[in-house]
Design a protein around this ligand. Sequence first.
Ligand SMILES: [Fe+2]
Ligand SMILES: [Fe+2]
Length: 203
Amino acid sequence: MWDNKGSIIFRVQQPLATDTAPLLSVLNHYHQRLENLFLCQQEALVEQRFELASQLLSHYQALLSAHIQLENSLLLPLHEKVEKPRWASSLYLREHEKILTLVSRAKEKLDAAQSEEGRSPRRGAIALLDYQRTIKGVLEHHEQREEQGLVPELSAMLDLSEEIKLAAQLEALWQQSFAERQDALNALLTQLDLDGLSYTTKL
Ligand SMILES: [Fe+2]
Ligand SMILES: [Fe+2]
């Protein structure tokens, strides 16, 4: 296209993510949002603000649980129909249980640390962050499997219109679970930024 001065105008039309890889883009987006929230909780730990970290971890636990529940109920039953999957559906299910158990233990440890005597808050924070490294490692591998195995295998099995419908359903439900907590999360994140550095993270 040319403008009236004879210069060429490039009209770049970004394709909607949902036109190309709808399921992958939705899953990836929510993995990032969850990771972001987990990191905010770790920022609070670094500052030894255990109560704030505990509240952020509670929200993370609930949102992760909602994420996993939908994967279990909407994606894995479909995945069971994939012939010769790279990783079996049962593996994702077992990993989900493991991840929820690890996060639940991390929450218990964090709450116990607040009333722990005889250990400096700094050492307490280090111990908690060390424990959480396991969660981050397990999650990283699990999400890689979902993004390299589960999702591409479902995409290959479904028609594009079916995939778009499924992705929209997941997006709406996950978005709802974040929206229900958005005000509470914003208030906690504002506390995290009270040092005036304003790193406020958009979740
Ligand atoms: Fe998962
Ligand atoms: Fe996931």
